[in-house]
Design a protein around this ligand. Structure first.
Ligand code: HEC
Length: 161
C-alpha cells in the first residue's frame, strides 16, 4: 500500500471513530434506544422458563425478544414488555385457567387461541408467570409509543413533546 493511501485510510478511520464517539457522547442512551425490552429475571429463572417455553411452543404464536417462529402467522400479542401490562399473579391465574378465554376473550379461530396450561405442574406455571412478569419495556419507549398513538388518534402533533 502506498503512503498516500495509508494516510487516507488513517484519516477515514479517525473520522469514523470520532463520529462514533460524538454520537455516544451526545446520546448517552443511543445504544439503549435500539432494544427497548429487557428482563429483570436472574439467569436460572430465565433458563428454566426458556426450557418451558420451548416445550410449550410459545414462540409458535408469540414473539419474544422481537423474534418468533417465522413459519407461523398466529396474531398473538408479543411477550416483550408483558410485565409492564400484567402482574405475576394475573399471569399465574391466566396460565392456570382451564379456559383462558374466560379471562381474556378471543376473536380468533379456536386453533389460534392461547392454549390452557392448567395441566402443567404448578411450579412450572409459577416459573412461567414469574418470567413473563419480568419482561419489561424501557420508559422512553412507552412514552414514545403513547405519544405516537396520541398523535395518530387526535391528528395532533403540536402537543407538548
Ligand atoms: C396457539 C398459539 C399460542 C401458543 C402456543 C401460546 N399462546 Fe399465548 N396467546 C395466544 C393468543 C392468540 C393470545 C391472545 C388471547 C387469545 O386470543 O386467546 C395469547 C395471550 C397470551 C398472554 C396474555 C397477553 C395479554 O395481552 O395480556 C400471555 C401472557 C401469553 N399468551 C403467554 C404465553 C406463553 C408464556 C406461552 C407458552 C408457555 C403461550 N402464550 C403459548 C396464542 C398462543
Amino acid at each position: 500500500m502506498k503512503k498516500g493511501e495509508l494516510a487516507v485510510l488513517g484519516a477515514v478511520a479517525l473520522l469514523a471513530v470520532g463520529g462514533i464517539t460524538r454520537v455516544a457522547l451526545q446520546h448517552p442512551q443511543a445504544q439503549d434506544r435500539e432494544i427497548p425490552y429487557y428482563s429483570t429475571a436472574a439467569a436460572p429463572l430465565a433458563a428454566r422458563a426458556g426450557d418451558l417455553m420451548r416445550e410449550q411452543n410459545c414462540r409458535q404464536c408469540h414473539s419474544l425478544w422481537t423474534s418468533r417462529d417465522p413459519t407461523q402467522s398466529v396474531p398473538a400479542p408479543m411477550l416483550d414488555g408483558m410485565g409492564a401490562l400484567r402482574s405475576e399473579r394475573w399471569l399465574f391465574d391466566y396460565f392456570s385457567a382451564p379456559d383462558p378465554q374466560a379471562i381474556l376473550p378471543s376473536r380468533l379461530k379456536r386453533e389460534y387461541r392461547h392454549p390452557s396450561m392448567a395441566a402443567m405442574p404448578e411450579p412450572d406455571r409459577h416459573t412461567l408467570a414469574q418470567y413473563v412478569a419480568s419482561l419489561q419495556v424501557k420508559d422512553w419507549y412507552l412514552d414514545q409509543t403513547r405519544r405516537l398513538e396520541h398523535d395518530k388518534l387526535t391528528g395532533d402533533d403540536t402537543a407538548e413533546k
